[in-house]
Design a protein around this ligand. Structure first.
Ligand SMILES: [Zn+2]
Length: 264
């Protein structure tokens, strides 16, 4: 089956030469590695250059916004490499608040402008405390501006866990939504409800490895290989053949990352 893990993170340290050995040999995989800092983005790009089926995104994660020097130039240079298909992971995290919100918004804004200038799609992280929607409100208004400048169909909301009202609001920009292994967790009724409401042509799968390993691997280190389990679970839940869902979501990914030529 053709699978596309549209969002994963490489281990921060260590040798990566055997990293892809864990992929199941009965599927064909394509992967997008996300950078969350300058060092992480450089590492993702180096890895992508070594593998035909791997691409990457570069950006600064909201957790790391405070550490960001503000120097966008090295990221701008990376974007000219054809292996870099998106700006990410960028966004707002009001759950952990690891960086002050004002700095998160400033950093996010900078990368949104960068993506507009370079005509790139964005992979966005948005998280809020339970029952709060401040992050979603701020994200919505910033993405509205982004879409006005960049056009529709350029946003991926990764690991979307907001409410259905915001899901609909984000759809105004023809947004793509990433579903992770969380959908397999027993208590994730909200994510299953979201899955039902995402338009099929805007659905993407991802692992967010090394986090959020799907059942039956919950709690273990996640790996892009395991996207297969999430797709299998979702196909069963949506009552459609896995091969059909795998094919359609792979095509969605190839389209959003400007890799249409690879659609078979
Ligand atoms: Zn991530």
């Amino acid at each position: 089956m053709e699978l596309f893990d549209t969002h994963f993170h490489l281990p921060e340290e260590g040798d990566l030469s055997n990293y892809l050995d864990a992929l199941y040999s009965d599927h064909s995989y394509r992967l997008l590695a996300l950078g969350g800092s300058l060092a992480g983005s450089v590492r993702a790009l180096e890895f992508a250059r070594k593998h035909d089926n791997v691409w990457c995104a570069c950006g600064v994660h909201p957790h790391d916004a405070e550490e960001f020097t503000g120097d966008i130039k090295p990221f701008a240079e990376m974007l000219s490499d054809s292996k870099v298909r998106a700006v990410g992971e960028i966004g707002l995290d009001y759950f952990y608040d690891l960086s002050p919100r004002e700095i998160q918004r400033k950093t996010f804004e900078k990368f949104l402008n960068l993506a507009v200038e370079h005509n790139k799609v964005i992979s966005v992280h948005c998280r809020d405390q339970e029952e709060r929607t401040d992050a979603y409100c701020d994200c919505y208004s910033m993405l509205k501006e982004f879409a006005a400048a960049a056009g529709n169909g350029k946003i991926i909301l990764h690991c979307y866990a907001g409410n259905l009202d915001f899901l609909e609001k984000f759809m105004e920009f023809d947004t793509y939504f990433g579903v992770t292994g969380m959908v397999t967790f027993r208590k994730s009724d909200n994510i299953r409800e979201i899955l039902k409401h995402i338009p099929r042509h805007r659905l993407l799968f991802e692992t967010d490895a090394p986090y959020l390993a799907p059942e039956p691997f919950r709690g273990k280190t996640n790996h892009p290989a395991l996207v297969a389990h999430t797709v299998m679970y979702a196909a069963h839940f949506l009552d459609i053949p896995m091969a059909q869902l795998a094919k359609q979501t792979t095509e969605n990914a190839l389209r959003v990352f400007g890799l249409e030529d690879l659609i078979s």
